[in-house]
Design a protein around this ligand. Structure first.
Ligand code: HEC
Length: 195
């Protein structure tokens, strides 16, 4: 068989297209930001998509996404959180929750979490517990609530983590703890089943 005939045979048998197809598919699996809100049109079909823009619709997204350095999101050694009046911290946290200046992409925590949106059933469990995002992005088995705030600062908010001893971190942690009290896993039709 001549070289060109061999090529034709390979192409028609699918052997070549298969390997080319593999390369061509690699690119769409690497979104710049897997948490970026999808266009309104793609949300229409699935009412849960708008609630949780990070849901694992695309199995490539989690696998291909950049790994998050655990040094940014896990409590440091000799960790000393800011302590203050819980009611005052919760009230301040509620304000920060809607503050888009905390992120680098125009989002606030409220953008995704209003009406308990984007929270999965794991949110109903006491901390520390496993959270899919932390597991996928840093292979972390369990997280504390303040670590989860830091994960969301770094991943969906595309910002730097807050200082571990800051009033801001304590406030967002106090406010999300108050949201957790009112969260019922079964009340969220978009939540995944518990692991
Ligand atoms: C772009 C959307 C988005 C933004 C913005 C966002 N989050 Fe999240 N957050 C998520 C998603 C999605 C999850 C669920 C991760 C999972 O279960 O895998 C999550 C999980 C959490 C959890 C853990 C829930 C659990 O199961 O224990 C907390 C707490 C949280 N976010 C707080 C915040 C705070 C505080 C902010 C603002 C600093 C914020 N989030 C900003 C999408 C977002």
């Amino acid at each position: 068989m001549k070289h060109s005939a061999l090529m034709r045979a390979l192409v028609s048998s699918g052997a070549l297209t298969l390997s080319l197809g593999g390369a061509a598919h690699a690119a769409p699996c690497r979104p710049a930001n897997p948490c970026a809100p999808r266009p309104a049109s793609s949300r229409m079909n699935n009412p849960c998509a708008a609630k949780n823009p990070c849901a694992a619709k695309n199995p490539c997204a989690a696998a291909m996404a950049d790994r998050v350095d655990t040094g940014l999101v896990l409590r440091p050694k000799h960790y000393r959180p800011y302590r203050g009046d819980i009611a005052a911290l919760t009230a301040y946290g509620e304000k920060l929750f809607r503050d888009t200046s905390l992120s680098s992409n125009g989002m606030s925590c409220h953008t995704c979490h209003q009406g308990n949106g984007a929270f999965q059933n794991t949110f109903a469990q006491p901390y520390p517990h496993q959270v899919q995002m932390a597991h996928d992005r840093s292979a972390v088995k369990t997280v504390h609530l303040d670590e989860m705030v830091q994960f969301c600062m770094v991943v969906p908010m595309a910002a730097k983590p807050l200082a571990w001893d800051s009033k801001e971190l304590a406030a967002l942690t106090a406010y999300t703890a108050s949201l957790q009290k009112g969260f019922r896993a079964s009340g969220n039709p978009c939540a995944a089943k518990p692991h």
